[in-house]
Design a protein around this ligand. Structure first.
Ligand code: ADP
Ligand code: MG
Length: 420
């Protein structure tokens, strides 16, 4: 049933039908929603992640647990799969390359290697004549000062690798701030011009092994503290800018020869539509497609990697929005990134009793990821609401979110017990 020849090259045109097994590397919420979509279509899903209590592992048909860079575990996982994909970028590209020895693996390791490094990503798109935010790799404060003399202050400096949700980024306002900045040039950085934003949008494009592409409608995104706060469909952005964003997203996917999903995040500034960054996977801004579109981004991901015809991504409602539920400041888990390895494995869940009184009077759809612990700022879940054309779906959801956020976590039973 494997679509792999002796040389490890997949057979072009091979369709992976329902009943087959899809491997998912990564156990987070994206993997969970992917597994739900795949399961609905009759696929078995094997999740490869570090602990069996991660969100995707909770809904998978089967789970292989271990370190993602453990070659023996990679082989054990890959041997179970007819096709393999992944749900986050910070996976060793070698793991994805190794998976491919046993089953077609999409997007391939070359795409992952580009997307997980900002310098390589921006250079790749610049070389393909696609518009990116002005940038340069920097290895010293004097190079940052040089960049500022060309593009002006402030400058945003980002680590080339491993950044997410605003982590690994510093805004440097002037020379004095640069002098004071506590730099660590043992890791690579890029300096970026600070763009005066009129808005931010993203486009999720699916691309199948034959090169067929399909774009979701343009998502309008609003960030708080560099983290996505809410998304709206349709985007209140001029149609010409939307068309340009979609064209650029398709060209980006073609440039990478991508199979699967690509999310392209854009900055809109004056007449410019600039690529900020890409992710070769489903994206937080696309979560609302579950309720808002004929085909969700997760279903489309399944279709693309299984070489099925792509589904209709257009809206099936007049308007929709998504609001993230982030871990509350009062939650007692350690900050994101500060947790000890394995700390999630106690199957404690966040409080889902306090702060949920709005559930009986709102049209919000709740997606709660079931992460081990609520921690300040951690993506714990999201809400989606759909409505008529022109209806404001954002405001009622923000009210729900505020109620959730202002509620405490103390004094409640926060334990969800695993069935024996
Ligand atoms: P992450 O990988 O953490 O999502 P991004 O590069 O997408 O990192 O930055 C997160 C957010 O920070 C962006 O969506 C935008 O709101 C803001 N930001 C980042 N870079 C710039 C920039 N060069 N100019 C203006 N805003 C920026
Ligand atoms: Mg981003």
């Amino acid at each position: 049933m494997k679509a792999v020849s002796d040389q490890g090259k997949e057979t072009v045109g091979h369709v992976i039908r329902p009943g087959a097994t899809i491997g998912m590397v990564g156990g987070g919420q994206l993997g969970k929603m992917f597994a739900n979509a795949a399961s609905a279509m009759g696929y078995r899903v094997v999740v490869f992640c570090e602990s069996e209590v991660e969100p995707a592992a909770q809904v998978a048909t089967f789970c292989v647990t271990g370190r993602l860079d453990d070659a023996a575990k990679v082989d054990e996982f890959a041997s179970l799969c007819d096709v393999i994909t992944y749900e986050f970028e910070n996976i060793p590209a070698e793991t994805i390359e190794r998976c491919r020895r046993q089953a077609p693996t999409y997007p391939d390791h070359g795409v992952l290697a580009i997307a997980q490094d900002r310098e390589i990503e921006k250079t790749t798109f610049q070389n393909a004549s696609l518009p990116v935010t002005p940038f340069r790799p920097v290895e010293s404060k004097s190079q940052i000062a040089e960049f500022a003399s060309e593009h002006g202050w402030p400058v945003i400096v980002k680590t080339s690798r491993s950044g997410y949700d605003g982590k690994g980024q510093s805004r440097i306002d002037d020379q004095t701030a640069l002098d004071r900045w506590d730099a660590d040039f043992s890791v690579r950085h890029v300096a970026e011009k600070m763009i005066e934003l009129d808005g931010e949008v993203s486009v999720v494009v699916a691309r199948s092994p034959s090169g067929e592409t399909s774009c979701f409608p343009v998502f309008e995104n609003h960030h708080r503290h560099h983290v996505l706060e809410w998304t709206r469909l349709p985007a209140l952005v001029p149609e010409t800018m939307q068309r340009r964003a979609r064209e650029i997203a398709i060209r980006a996917a073609d440039t990478l020869d991508l199979v699967g999903l690509l999310c392209v995040e854009f900055f809109i500034s004056g007449d410019d539509v600039l690529i900020n960054e890409v992710a070769p996977r489903p994206h937080n801004s696309g979560h609302l497609t579950i309720e808002a579109c004929h085909t969700s981004q997760f279903t489309q991901h399944v279709r693309a990697v299984c070489n099925l015809p792509l589904g209709d991504p257009s809206m099936r409602v007049g308007s929709a929005s998504m609001v993230n539920l982030l871990g509350r400041p009062s939650s007692n888990g350690p900050e994101v990134g500060q947790e000890e390895p394995g700390q999630d494995a106690n199957f404690q869940d966040a409080n889902i009793q306090d702060g949920w009184s709005w559930m009986d009077r709102s049209r919000a759809s709740l997606h709660w990821y079931g992460k081990g612990q609520e921690k300040p700022g951690r993506k714990m879940g999201h809400l989606t609401r759909t409505g008529e054309k022109g209806e404001d779906c954002v405001t009622p959801l923000l009210a729900c979110r505020d109620e959730f956020e202002s509620s405490g976590t103390a004094g409640c039973d926060t334990t969800v017990r695993k069935e024996a």
